[in-house]
Design a protein around this ligand. Structure first.
Ligand code: GLN
Length: 445
């Protein structure tokens, strides 16, 4: 743990992944573990981990990278934190992100600009950019991120690490600051597939405090890692290599397909015709849910309160105007619009119908195939400050979003480089078949 903080002090100057460090408590806990000894059944005991700053940590600031929560010091733990603590994991600090997890570059953070671990002129991706950069720069071996539309997988891809978004319901959302509740999931970000499986083992399971968490039995995700991919049927949707996907990224994914074949898998081209509607569907639904979830930040119950106010309405308006950044306001307006009486049928309701078609697309493929593969993102990491048009930024999520809309598990793992920057290979499995995804990822890596 001491060494971890020394490494953070040395390396984080360059990548700026951490928003807060938990040094005193972490060292005290490590000392305690030294004294008491560790339980050998807790495979993660004594391992220093970083946590995305939208996961609530008792006694350690949790800001969601928003001015709105700049001084929020929670009095309780997210369920995932209780679970990690029960395993004697050591929380070293909180990691930067896009404000309220809205973004794909960590540039909407109210506090600092995290950089890509490989090239500090590039974005780390987002919204879990800090969680990815901290692992990729060797500051921690594992971190937690959250993924609503790709926020674990895309930064994992941009930083050349392994990121898993579990099946919706696999991991409790209790204590995850809500963005779009029908899609949000917490998941592990690590350097290796095996580490990832071990962290998911620790955080999974039913939680009576999250009614969308699944009562399903949690298997040991590390058990079948070395079973290989012989005979596995892997689908490669042609839409995932279509327009907008950079040639070098395509090449890396085709090389990955070849490697899977060499390892004994059968890779075939398929079609997911509705996946291209994922983007508009997601940005309508996620923004609608966000506009509802973020109502609680009213300047009264939570966080930032403007002080130059005349009356109650003024408290709301000024606190929200000053406390939220531009991207968050854009989502609140978009969501409020699509939920309003005159537009509900044309937008929110329609989006829900198309979401069902996207789910059916996947279900049809999984009748015949074990896994789906493709790129995680259309390009490698782009330059800091380069993407100024929000719609262009949204379009980057086209390959990750359908997975969230359908509630499926997805993984990004390193698959070579394009122009010197890491490329992510995405694997998608049927609901609750994370173990199969890990098995294929382990064979590939
Ligand atoms: N980039 C997507 C968005 O801005 C996904 C974010 C996420 O998964 N939290 O909404």
């Amino acid at each position: 743990t001491k060494q971890t903080f020394a490494t953070i002090k040395e390396r984080d100057e360059k990548v700026e992944a951490f928003l807060a460090l938990n040094e005193d408590k972490a060292l005290a806990k490590a000392r305690q573990l030294d004294q008491d000894g560790i339980d050998v059944n807790n495979v993660l005991a004594g391992i220093p981990m970083g946590i995305k700053d939208n996961i609530v940590t008792e006694g350690l600031t949790t800001t969601a990278a928003s001015k709105m929560l700049a001084n929020f010091n929670p009095i309780y733990n997210a369920t995932v934190m209780d679970k990690l603590n029960a395993q004697d994991v050591i929380t070293v600090g909180k990691l930067n992100m896009d404000e309220f997890a809205m973004g794909g570059s960590t540039e909407t953070s109210a506090f600092k600009q995290t950089k890509n671990a490989w090239d500090q002129t590039k974005v780390p991706g987002g919204s879990s950019g800090g969680s990815a950069a901290a692992v990729a720069s060797g500051q921690v071996v594992a971190s937690l991120g959250s993924d609503t539309g790709g926020s674990i997988r895309q930064p994992a891809a941009y930083n050349g690490i392994v990121g898993v978004k579990p099946t919706y319901g696999r991991v409790s959302r209790f204590g995850l600051i809500a963005f779009a509740s029908s899609m949000d999931q917490i998941g592990p970000m690590t350097r290796t597939v095996k580490d990832n499986a071990l962290v998911l083992n620790a955080i999974s399971g039913h939680d009576s405090r999250d009614f969308t968490s699944s009562p399903k039995q949690v298997p040991d995700f590390s058990k079948d890692l070395d079973k290989g991919v012989k005979g596995m049927k892997i689908a490669l949707p042609k839409e995932f290599l279509g327009e907008g996907v950079q040639a070098e990224v395509k090449d890396a994914i085709l090389a990955a397909a070849k490697k899977f074949e060499e390892l004994g898998a059968i890779v075939e081209e398929v079609s997911l015709p509705y996946s291209k509607y994922g983007l508009p569907v997601y940005y309508i639904m996620a923004s609608s849910e966000a506009s509802s979830n973020l109502q609680r930040f009213d300047g009264i119950r939570y966080g930032y309160r403007a002080d130059d106010v005349k009356n109650l309405e003024d408290v709301y308006v000024k606190s929200r105007s000053q406390g939220f950044g531009d991207e968050v306001k854009r989502r609140i307006m978009l969501g409020t619009f699509s939920l309003s009486a005159g537009t509900y049928d044309a937008y929110f309701k329609k989006a829900g119908q198309v979401r069902t078609l996207i789910c059916q697309d996947f279900a049809r493929i999984f009748e015949k195939y074990d896994l789906i593969m493709g790129p995680t993102a259309p390009t490698p990491a782009f330059g800091l400050g380069e993407e100024t048009d929000p719609v262009v930024m949204y379009a980057n999520d086209i390959l990750t979003i359908p997975v969230n809309l359908a509630g499926l598990p997805g993984m990004s793992l390193p698959a070579g480089f394009a122009n010197g920057l890491p490329v992510g290979l995405q694997l998608i499995a049927p609901h609750f078949e994370e173990a199969r995804m890990y098995q294929a990822g382990f064979a590939f890596e």
